[in-house]
Design a protein around this ligand. Structure first.
Ligand SMILES: O=C(CO)COP(=O)(O)O
Length: 248
């Protein structure tokens, strides 16, 4: 598929009212209400937002999914089937904040990927190195290790998001050369190691803003963006979507 994919990650932000207002602003805007744009909202608001999204092009995403496949006694968890049930198209898997604060590791993330795929929700596997790992020079190995779970996925349509941890919420965006290097390495690794997937798409995330979106999206092997802070402001998000729209 040509064109770029833009997913806004609202993280643990908004309330019912502000989530609805933000979504309404995006829905009313033809730059944002596109099938290649999605918003990853807090799970408690997904069903409410899905109602407003009926008939719209904008896609709904979740920020996490249970590692348990079937319904059962897993207090607090939300299953992939539930996400599908409320209308999610995508789900983020292994965001660095989940890896850091919830100690999510490869076996759990593989289960999450498989559960999402089985339920018909497209998982977005997030990978990326910390500043320390980058400075030590072994950042590619870190990313390959995070990607290694893909070897055990037999089939399915998934996405990858490269989000250097040091660029998330810091205003410190990776250089275009750094982005190009990693995106190319991810695609090469996937071609060599993952089961043949028709089209590996890699999004970039980390301080993507209205001002830098176009140059990032134009970088080789960048298939879209995962946007945190700037996705909470309809005006900023629209400019990022507009930059993507120009590249279709
Ligand atoms: O973590 C991110 C998206 O998932 C990036 O966040 P920021 O755009 O706020 O840096």
């Amino acid at each position: 598929m040509a064109g770029k994919l833009i997913i806004g990650n609202w993280k643990m932000n908004t309330r019912a009212q502000s989530a609805q207002s933000l979504l309404d602003a995006l829905l009313a805007d033809s730059e944002c209400n596109q099938s290649w744009v999605g918003v990853a909202a807090p799970s408690v608001y997904l069903a409410m937002l899905a109602q407003r999204l009926q008939g719209a092009s904008l896609q709904l995403a979740a920020q996490d999914v249970s590692g348990f496949a079937n319904d059962g006694a897993y207090t607090g968890d939300v299953s992939a089937a539930m996400l599908r049930d409320v209308g999610c198209t995508y789900v983020l898997v292994g965001h660095s904040e989940r890896r850091q604060y919830f100690a999510e590791s490869n076996p759990l993330l593989l289960a999450k990927m498989n559960n999402a795929l089985a339920a018909g929700v497209v998982p977005v596997l997030c990978v990326g190195e910390t500043l320390e790992q980058r400075e030590q020079g072994d950042y590619l190995q870190v990313i390959y290790q995070q990607l290694s779970i893909l070897v055990d996925i037999d089939a399915g349509d998934y996405l990858i998001a490269y989000e250097p941890v040091w660029a998330i919420g810091t205003g410190k965006v990776a250089t275009l050369e750094q982005i190009a290097e990693i995106h190319s390495a991810i695609k090469t690794w996937c071609l060599q190691n993952a089961k043949p997937s028709a089209n590996i798409r890699v999004l970039y995330g980390g301080s993507v803003k209205a001002e830098n979106a176009e140059s990032i999206l134009k970088t080789d092997n960048v298939d879209g963006a995962l946007v945190g802070g700037a996705s909470l402001d309809a005006g900023s998000f629209r400019m990022i979507c507009q930059a993507a729209g120009k590249l279709i």
